[in-house]
Design a protein around this ligand. Structure first.
Ligand SMILES: Nc1ncnc2c1ncn2[C@@H]1O[C@H](COP(=O)(O)OP(=O)(O)O)[C@@H](O)[C@H]1O
Ligand SMILES: O=C(CO)[C@@H](O)[C@H](O)COP(=O)(O)O
Length: 501
């Protein structure tokens, strides 16, 4: 009987559970969708019970439909959507729906945090207090739902809640703890300064564990519910971006991960906490012990293309639509697009900015618009590269991932705009593979995360920058860079009319 681990990828729209062999082969995979609730503009919530039920359904199907033997499952670990707030009472019952990473109700609280702690907050947490992060959500509940807050004994992030339900043991894994912006990142522990500043008792904070650390076994009650065995060991896991980077073997400081999913992420592995980006990009503890990663986020990366397709080419498939951009030119025949269609995070932490096209000409064809969308998304990634360059950070290799990495044209655009070689993974599996790697290392199948990731991930085609295109894009990027400043005021003025509809 082949020994397996389960990597549970707890996303925002679905959970995907992968059964992975010791050799890194995915032998079966099941996923289960759950709803997102948006009860008011800017609110984004989920019912934690849906995560537990969805995961259980996926596991039951792996056992019953795919014939995975329960006693073959030696270990389980997780990748989780980051920053979500799950508040628990004294009996560890959920007090209200989870407030998710993409919920923007907390603008006032982010201001309060800056006013109260100023730069000290960034020095400790290595991040700005953005709306998506967990601390502002806690303060929102404190101010707006005092009865719920009074009953709250502790909190966790989404995958840490799921792990609690599967093991009966409550803990916060360190890469997700960093995303709460209540961690002293360099010390790797909860910050007593933040606890004191916001009057949060020490008892409110769960113990911190490492990504590869044993977090217990499957509990008897969860074994009854799911069909799993209580001999199966459970390990800490990782925040989804940390897990994605591990699954893509981003393991050296010369490597950057460029991921085009719904949102876009540019992520860099960091060997230590010495580099200081002063909160311009996120800086978090890694799920690899004593390692870190930094990242910038384009809120609407794949989402911009998705939006374009749904409005202007609903019947076409992605591959044909993206390939049509070949008919345009470098620079889309003088058309520029900013992908701020749901606001932006990096480098402009501006929830109210919106996208624009500049240079529209009556000669433009639809394919020019498609090309401008592909290029605008990569220019916004280039903005993140510029932060790295300004900090004197060196890297030479970009590993491309996410749905956007399916297009050879888009990969070449990345190589040309970044002026770096761009490499794709041969069998990309995303964060679930990172989760499986953490379980495999936790079980002792490998000596280190690095060793396991090198075995599980294999690199494929390399896209080299083309000198002529690099030169043109370098000029066009100088124009793109002005677009945020030039459009921000107009965009903010239009806000009133947008909300009227
Ligand atoms: N064939 C394709 N070529 C280029 N981009 C694609 C293709 N198919 C999907 N995409 C892009 O990938 C995005 C989805 O990526 P994915 O990694 O699956 O996202 P998520 O996990 O966030 O749902 C889509 O929004 C779309 O922009
Ligand atoms: O907020 C962040 C990272 O800071 C997001 O990356 C969420 O963690 C995304 O979750 P999914 O879109 O992968 O579900």
């Amino acid at each position: 009987m082949e020994e397996l681990v389960l990597g549970v990828d707890l996303g925002t729209s679905a959970v995907k559970v992968s059964a992975v062999s010791r050799g890194g082969k995915i032998v079966a995979q099941r996923s289960f969708d759950y709803p997102l609730s948006q009860p008011k503009p800017g609110f984004s919530e989920q019912n934690p019970e849906d995560w537990v039920n969805g995961t259980t359904m996926a596991i039951v199907e792996l056992i019953l439909k795919d014939g995975i033997a329960v006693d073959a499952i030696k270990g389980i670990s997780y990748s989780g959507q980051m920053h979500g707030l799950v508040l628990l009472d004294q009996n560890k019952q959920v007090l209200r729906p989870a407030i998710l990473w993409n919920d923007t109700r907390t603008s006032q609280q982010t201001q309060e945090i800056s006013e109260q702690m100023g730069d000290e907050f960034i020095d400790i947490t290595r991040n700005k207090a953005l709306e998506g992060f967990t601390l502002p959500k806690i303060l929102w509940v404190k101010e707006n739902e005092p009865n719920i807050f009074a009953a709250a004994q502790t909190f966790v992030t989404p995958k840490d809640y799921l792990r609690y339900r599967m093991t009966g043991r409550l803990a916060m894994e360190i890469s997700d703890a960093a995303g709460t912006v209540m961690l002293d990142v360099a010390k790797g522990d909860w910050s007593s300064e933040i606890q004191a500043a916001f009057d949060l008792p020490v008892s409110f904070f769960p113990p911190i564990i490492q990504g590869i650390e044993a977090a217990g076994n499957i509990s008897e009650s969860y074994a009854l519910f799911s069909g799993l065995d209580t001999n199966t060991q459970v390990f800490g896991g990782a925040a989804d971006n940390a897990a994605g980077a591990i699954g893509s073997a981003i393991l050296k400081p010369n490597m950057v991960w460029s991921s085009i999913g719904t949102s876009g992420v540019v992520l860099k592995y960091e060997d230590n906490a010495d580099v200081d980006y002063h909160g311009q990009i996120h800086f978090f503890n890694h799920a690899i012990p004593n390692k870190y990663y930094s990242m910038g986020v384009t809120l609407a990366a794949g989402h911009s293309l998705n939006w374009f397709k749904s409005r202007f080419a609903p019947a076409e498939d992605f591959t044909d639509l993206v390939a049509s951009a070949e008919k345009s030119t470098v620079g889309a025949n003088g058309l520029l697009f900013t992908p701020y269609i749901v606001g932006e995070r990096t480098p402009y932490a501006d929830g109210d900015i919106r996208g624009s096209w500049l240079g529209i000409d009556s000669m433009h064809q639809r394919y020019d618009f498609v090309r401008s969308v592909l290029e605008g998304i990569i220019f916004s990634f280039k903005d993140i590269f510029e932060i790295y360059e300004a900090a004197g950070t060196q890297f030479d290799t970009v590993i491309a991932s996410g749905g956007g990495a399916k297009s050879p044209l888009w990969l070449q655009i990345q190589a040309d705009i970044f002026n770096k070689k761009v490499i794709v993974l041969e069998n990309e599996q995303g964060p679930g593979m990172g989760a499986a790697i953490l379980a495999a290392v936790g079980l002792g199948w490998f000596e280190s995360v690095e060793q396991a990731a090198e075995k599980f991930a294999s690199f494929g085609q390399v896209y080299e920058p083309m000198a002529e295109n690099v030169a043109k894009y370098a000029q066009i990027y100088q124009i793109y860079k002005q677009m945020y400043q030039q459009t921000a005021e107009i965009s903010h003025e239009l806000l009133a009319y947008r909300r009227e509809n």
